[in-house]
Design a protein around this ligand. Structure first.
Ligand SMILES: Cc1cc2nc3c(=O)[nH]c(=O)nc-3n(C[C@H](O)[C@H](O)[C@H](O)COP(=O)(O)O)c2cc1C
Length: 175
């Protein structure tokens, strides 16, 4: 479908039929769209969780203003921005980039050193604001891809770490 036609079709769905499940092939395409989204320095500083477990979705309803659509939707995609940049995270992403692009091992050494000197001295809140913006770009791509596949979707925000931790949805912190 032409992109603008897909956007005209799209709307924020307010009710889901819990008996209907989106085909995994389509969900995979939506997740792939997030992977292909541009991010600052290609750092992809977020995780995307695809949640189908009913018990977990029910729990998330309780920390998301009791929005029942979370329980009823077939797949809940949670975009979790990194809480900060770390040397390990930067190295991990660039190890993947090096491998994916079949580059020599030290190809990005100078570049990642520069990234570390840029980010590692900044306050965590400043870096989190940056990672969150990157997550929003990927989230936009996911919504656009869902529309192009005619998959109903509802954008949402307000999933805070504190609320997730309070009801034991997050059981440990990833540094
Ligand atoms: C960042 C963001 C957060 C949103 N949060 C919610 C939400 O929590 N619950 C909901 O039903 N809709 C939510 N929406 C959907 C908006 O209400 C909806 O996109 C807006 O009213 C425009 O309607 P449309 O998307 O159907 O064109 C959110 C949209 C965005 C972009």
């Amino acid at each position: 479908m032409e992109l603008l036609d897909a956007f005209k079709w799209r709307y924020a769905t307010k009710k889901y039929d819990p008996s209907k499940k989106v085909d995994q092939v389509l969900v995979d395409k939506i997740v792939e769209a997030t992977r292909l989204a541009p991010t600052s320095s290609g750092l992809q500083p977020f995780e995307v969780f695809v949640i189908t477990n009913q018990e977990l979705k029910n729990k998330i309803v309780t920390v998301s203003n009791d929005q029942k659509i979370i329980a009823d939707c077939s797949h809940l995609l949670v975009f979790a921005a990194w809480d900060n940049y770390t040397a390990e995270r930067i190295d991990h992403i660039y190890a993947l980039t090096t491998k994916g692009r079949e580059q020599p091992e030290d190809r990005y050494q100078a570049y990642t050193d520069r990234l570390k000197s840029m980010y590692l001295n900044k306050p965590a809140e400043v870096n989190f604001a940056h990672t969150a913006r990157q997550a929003y770009i990927a989230f936009g791509f996911a919504i656009a891809e869902a529309a192009s596949l005619k998959v109903d979707a509802t954008p949402m925000e307000g999933f805070t770490r504190e609320r997730f931790e309070k009801c034991h949805i997050i059981t440990h912190r990833v540094s």
